[in-house]
Write a protein that binds this ligand. Structure first.
Ligand code: GBH
Length: 479
C-alpha cells in the first residue's frame, strides 16, 4: 500500500525511475568461472602496491553466485530498476586486437538469467556495456591507445545488445570514460596503471569512438532500445577572481566535460582543449570521418555526480594542491595542466575525503540542460562512502541518509527548474570493491560482511525504500 501523500512532501515526476547501481568487477567475483579470462583489473589488483591492502575482485560480493538473493532484497526494498554492467571478458574471452573471437555461451547465459530474474521480480534492467574491465589481451595490444579496441568494443556491444535487447530497454555504452582515460593512462591510479599523458588523450578519443561505434551497433542489434552514455561531469567553479582562475575553470571544464560532450553531441572537439594539450599530442589519432562516427543520436545522457570540482590557478609558489580524490599519484590526471590546482575545501567530507556539495548537482544538471536542450538526463550514479558498522544487525548510517536526502532534493531543484531528469540510480546497492581503495570504502546501502558474505540492510536503504514508495521526499526531509 502506498503511504498517503502529505501536503509538504516534494514529489518527483510521474514515472520517475528509481534504482541502484553496481558494476561487474566490483561485485561479481567468480573471475575464473565459466570461461571468463582476465581483465585489466585482475592484472592491476594482483600487482602488489596497486590496491589498498592488496584487495582484489576475485570474490568481491560473490554476486555471480548470489544474484538471486540480491535481487530478492532489491525487490523487498521496492526498487524499480537495477543498473549493472556486463564483464566483456565473460562474453568474448578470446578477443584479440584483430578479432572478437567466439562468443562464450556461459558468459551470455549469466546475464540473460540475471535479466530474466530481474524482470520476474518486477525490476527493470539497465545495462552498462563497459565499466572498466577491459580484456587484458586488448590492453596487451595497446588498450585504449589502440583504435582496434574501439572496433572490437562495437562488435562486443552488438553481441550483448543482440542477446539482451529483447528484454532490456536501456544500454549504456561506457561508464565514465574520463576515469578510463585519465586515471588509467595519466595518473595511473586505475588499471592499466600507465602514466603517459599522450596516451591518455589517445584513450579519450578511442573511448569516444567506442561510444559512437557501439551506439550504432546497439541500434542495429536492438532497434527498440535506448542508447545512453554515462559521463562523470562536473560544474567546475573557482573561488578566485583573477583571469588565471577563470582560465583554470575553462581548462578543467574542457578536459572533464567538453572533450566528451562536444564530439558526442555536436560532432566537434573543443579547439581550446586541443590547443591546451598541443605540447603533449598533435591529436593525429583523430582520423577523417571519426567525428561523424562519434556524433550518433543519443537517447539519454547518464550523469554520475559525487562531489564538487573547485579549481584555482597555480603559480608554483607553494606545493600544488592535488586533491583529486584518487590516491597520491605523483602524476596528475589533468594532462598538460600544470598551472591548475584543486584547493582543499572547508567543511564536511565523506570517507573518500570528497567534499559534499548538493548544489553542484543542481547546477550541473541545469547547465547540461541549458547547453543541450531536449536531451533526456538520467542520474546513473550518486552516493557516498562512510565507515559503517553493524551493531545488533543494524547499520545506523545517518550521514549517508543525509547525503542522499540533500542530493535528491538537489535533483528535484533541477527538475523543478526544467531539467528533464527521468530517473536516479543510487551508488551503490551493495558495499563492493572500490577500485584502488579495495574493500576499505563502503558505498552500499546494503552492508556486506566480506568474511561471511552476509548482507545487512542499512538504515539508508530503508529511508531510500520509503522515498521510492512515495515517489517523493517525505515532508520531514523536503526542506
Ligand atoms: C564512480 O567513479 C564509478 O563509476 C564507480 O565504479 C565507483 O565505485 C564510484 O564512482 C565511487 O567512487 O577530489 O573530491 O573532486 C567516480 C569517479 C569521483 C572521479 C570523484 C573524480 C573527484 C573527487 N570520480 N572524483 S574530488
Amino acid at each position: 500500500t502506498t503511504p498517503a501523500p502529505s501536503a509538504a512532501e516534494r514529489t518527483f515526476p510521474p514515472g520517475f525511475v528509481w534504482g541502484t547501481a553496481t558494476a561487474s568487477y566490483q561485485v561479481e567475483g567468480a573471475v575464473a568461472e565459466d570461461g571468463r579470462t582476465p581483465s585489466i583489473w585482475d592484472t592491476f589488483s594482483h600487482t602488489p602496491g596497486r590496491v589498498v591492502a592488496g584487495d582484489t575482485g576475485d570474490v568481491a560480493d560473490d554476486h555471480y553466485h548470489r544474484f538471486r538473493e540480491d535481487i530478492a532484497l532489491m525487490k523487498r526494498l521496492g526498487m524499480a530498476s537495477y543498473r549493472f554492467s556486463v564483464a566483456w571478458p565473460r562474453i568474448t574471452p578470446q578477443v584479440s586486437a584483430d578479432e572478437l573471437g567466439p562468443v562464450n555461451p556461459a558468459g551470455l547465459a549469466f546475464y540473460s538469467t540475471l535479466v530474466d530474474e530481474l524482470i520476474a521480480a518486477g525490476i527493470e534492467p539497465a545495462v552498462t556495456l563497459y565499466h572498466w574491465d577491459l580484456p587484458q589481451a586488448l590492453e596487451d595490444a595497446g588498450g585504449w591507445t589502440a583504435r582496434t579496441t574501439a572496433e572490437r568494443f562495437a562488435e562486443y556491444a552488438e553481441v550483448v545488445a543482440g542477446a539482451l535487447g529483447d528484454r532490456v530497454r536501456t544500454f549504456i555504452t561506457l561508464n565514465e570514460p574520463w576515469c578510463s582515460a585519465y586515471l588509467g593512462y595519466a595518473s595511473g591510479v586505475h588499471a592499466p596503471g600507465r602514466t603517459e599523458p599522450a596516451s591518455a588523450l589517445a584513450a579519450v578519443h578511442h573511448l569516444n569512438l567506442a561510444h559512437g561505434l557501439g551506439a550504432a551497433a546497439v541500434r542495429r542489434a536492438a532497434p527498440g532500445a535506448r542508447v545512453a552514455l554515462t559521463l562523470n561531469l562536473a560544474w567546475v567553479r573557482t573561488e578566485g577572481t583573477s583571469e588565471a582562475d577563470a582560465d583554470a575553470v575553462r581548462r578543467v571544464d574542457g578536459l572533464q566535460n567538453r572533450v566528451f560532450l562536444d564530439p558526442v553531441l555536436r560532432g566537434t572537439y573543443p579547439a581550446d582543449v586541443q590547443a591546451d594539450t598541443s605540447s603533449v599530442t598533435d591529436w593525429s589519432f583523430v582520423r577523417e570521418g571519426d567525428l561523424a562516427l562519434i556524433h550518433q543520436p543519443l537517447d539519454v545522457l547518464g550523469v554520475n555526480y559525487y562531489s564538487p570540482t573547485v579549481v584555482r590557478a597555480w603559480d608554483g609558489s607553494a606545493p600544488r594542491a592535488e586533491n583529486d580524490g584518487h590516491g597520491n599519484s605523483a602524476h596528475s590526471p589533468w594532462v598538460a595542466s600544470t598551472d591548475v590546482e584543486f584547493p582543499e575545501l572547508p567543511g564536511e567530507k565523506t570517507a573518500m575525503g570528497w567534499s559534499i556539495d548538493p548544489r553542484g548537482m543542481t547546477e550541473l544538471l541545469l547547465r547540461i540542460h541549458r547547453e543541450h536542450p531536449g536531451l533526456e538526463l538520467l542520474v546513473t550514479e550518486n552516493g557516498a562512502a562512510y565507515d559503517d558498522v553493524v551493531v545488533a544487525g543494524q547499520v545506523h548510517d545517518v550521514e549517508r541518509t543525509r547525503y542522499l536526502r540533500d542530493h535528491l532534493a538537489a535533483v528535484l531543484d533541477a527538475v523543478e527548474a526544467g531539467a528533464p531528469v527521468t530517473g536516479y540510480y543510487l551508488w551503490s546497492f551493495l558495499d563492493n570493491f572500490e577500485w584502488g581503495y579495495g574493500f576499505s570504502k563502503r558505498f552500499g546501502v546494503v552492508h556486506v560482511d566480506y568474511a561471511t558474505q552476509e548482507r545487512t540492510v542499512k538504515d539508508s536503504a530503508l529511508w531510500y525504500a520509503d522515498v521510492v514508495s512515495r515517489n517523493a521526499l517525505p515532508a520531514a526531509d523536503a526542506d
